[in-house]
Structures are given as C-alpha cells and as structure tokens.
Design a protein around this ligand. Structure first.
Ligand code: GLU
Length: 305
C-alpha cells in the first residue's frame, strides 16, 4: 500500500477543517496551541514509518498518558484494579462528577479523569515519591526515546486551574477510593498529563499495543498479550469520552484522544498511528484528527471489523 500517497491525500482533505473547532482553554497553557497545526505519523510493526505535517512538533499528550498509567497498573495489580475502577463506557464527559456520586466513587473506566486519578493513586501507593519518574521512564522505554519528558509550564497551569480534578479526587476520597493525600495523587496525575511528545514519538510509543505487548523493533515486552487485548478493548469502547461509540462506528479501530489535540490508534498486527490537530470538537476530541483517522480507515480498509 502507498502510505505516503494516502497521507498526502488525507492532509489535502482535512485542510479545510483546520481551524474549525476550539483549542482547549480550561487549562490556560493549552490555549496557546495553533488551531491550524496538523501532523500524522504511521509506525509499522515492520519498522517503516511515514509522516506528514508537523510531525516533529511536540504537544501535550494529556489523556493519552492514561494508556501508559493503566498499562503500568495492569502489570502491577492485574485484576485487583477492578474493585476500584470499572471497564465500562461512561457515556459522560471526561470530567463529569454526576455518575461518580451515584456509583459510590467507583469510576466507570480508567480513561476518564476520575478513573485515571484512581490509577494515579494506586501508582503513588506503590512508587511513592518515585511515581512520576517511574511513569516517564516507562513512556521513554515504550517510545525507545529518552528525550520524551514533561512540559512543566503545562503541569503548573493544570495544577493551578484543576478545580474539577480536585473535586473528583475529593469526592472519591470521601467514598474511600483514594488512599493517599489528594495533593500527591493529583501531582502524579497532572504531571503525567503534561508529558509532551510529537506524533512520531507517540506512534512509536504505542507500537507494542499493535504487537501483543512486545515492541517488534526492540523485542522488549511491555505488556502480556492478554493485557494488550484489554487495553485495545478499552481504547475502542472508552477512548473518546462520550464520543467513543461514534469513533468506533466511523473508524473501527482502538484509539485514545487527549484534549491537547492528539489521538493514538492501533491497527493490530500492522501499525500504530498518532495524529495531532489541537482544535477540538464538542466532545473534546481533535476535530481534524478524528476526520483524518476516518479517512485513513476508508482509504486503506484498515479496521478491526
Ligand atoms: N489533564 C486533562 C484534565 O485533567 C486531561 C483531559 C483529557 O485529555 O481528556 O482535564
């Protein structure tokens, strides 16, 4: 398949959409992103990679970090996570408090904010003050790139404006589902969300998820095949907040978005993909990025269905 030509076609097709949608502003540092930016990277399990647009430009990966946190938690705690975080789609916005109240502080899944905050709590209990370093180390190993790091200005901006995340963490603490002090848990959570990467690094970092948990290029095993199946299943059913059904319907591939404008996707056994365009649709997913992936699935026929 001529992936270079397909990427060029996609870039042409999405050009009129760039600038539509809105960049996230509730984290003030994210508001500086240029809504016209676009990048897309394909990383094949065979080792070839294809890129278009601003694929060297780093951006805040935001909720895409929830994948790595959950991978680490699965490796450490396996099925015991389920008593504290479920694996059902929420059908609600990523930072909603309502469901948590009537479901006794147990988040629907690890890919919405409250779920990731509980996972951050579990990792904080295990790694203590080394939590953040351990998570960044894991992302660097997955990306095979020691230059991936966090953007401190984003972390600071999240921290000082994270009113809803404080509310979520405090509500869950009142139900006994946060064990550490709220400040240390959110410190881990905010810092993870502020990890910065470009689309080439991001596609590379999830390549193992398209290859049963083992990086096909380094042979390092990051996850068991069974856990890899679970992460991909969660990406498909819960990876796009309250638009997860629509993403599965239109694209038919496991994916995870972040409010920084990134989306990662796997085509099992074939490749991983990362796309970036910071203007978001009303669900908080990249508007042009979602369209680019829909076109990619259409032009290549790649889908898990
Ligand atoms: N750091 C963001 C928040 O906590 C992540 C949201 C997202 O990307 O879904 O609101």
């Amino acid at each position: 398949m001529n992936y270079s030509a397909i990427l060029e076609q996609i870039q042409t097709d999405v050009a009129p959409l760039l600038g539509q949608g809105k960049v996230a502003t509730y984290i003030p540092a994210l508001a500086c992103a240029d809504p016209h930016d676009f990048a897309m990277s394909l990383q094949l399990v065979s080792g070839e990679s294809y890129h278009i647009g601003l694929h060297n430009k780093t951006f805040s990966i935001q909720s895409i970090s929830k994948i790595f946190m959950y991978e680490m938690a699965l490796n450490l705690f396996e099925e015991s996570i389920l008593g504290r975080v479920n694996v059902e789609p929420s059908g609600n916005p990523f930072n909603s408090l309502i469901q948590l109240e009537y479901e006794n502080g147990i988040p629907r899944n690890p890919f919405i904010n409250p779920g990731a905050i509980v996972i951050a709590d579990m990792l904080t209990s295990y790694f203590k003050e080394k939590s953040l370093r351990s998570i960044i180390d894991f992302v660097q190993i997955c990306a095979n790139d020691a230059s991936v790091s966090m953007d401190e200005s984003i972390a600071e901006s999240e921290h000082s404006n994270g009113y809803r995340n404080y509310a979520l963490a405090n509500l869950m603490k009142s139900f006994g589902n946060i064990k550490n002090d709220v400040e240390s848990v959110l410190n881990t959570y905010f810092n993870c969300c502020s990890i910065a990467a470009n689309t080439a690094q991001l596609a590379r970092s999830i390549l193992h998820l398209a290859h049963q948990g083992t990086d096909p290029l380094t042979s390092l095993k990051h996850l068991s095949p069974e856990h890899t199946k679970r992460i991909n299943a969660l990406m498909l059913t819960c990876g796009h907040y309250d638009a997860s059904g629509e993403f599965a319907y239109r694209i038919g591939l496991p994916g995870k978005s972040g409010v920084g404008g990134g989306i990662v996707t796997t085509v099992p056994s074939i490749m991983s993909i990362a796309v970036y365009s910071p203007a978001l649709n009303k669900h908080g997913n990249s508007l042009a990025g979602t369209k680019a992936l829909e076109l990619f699935s259409k032009y290549t026929g790649h889908s898990i269905f």
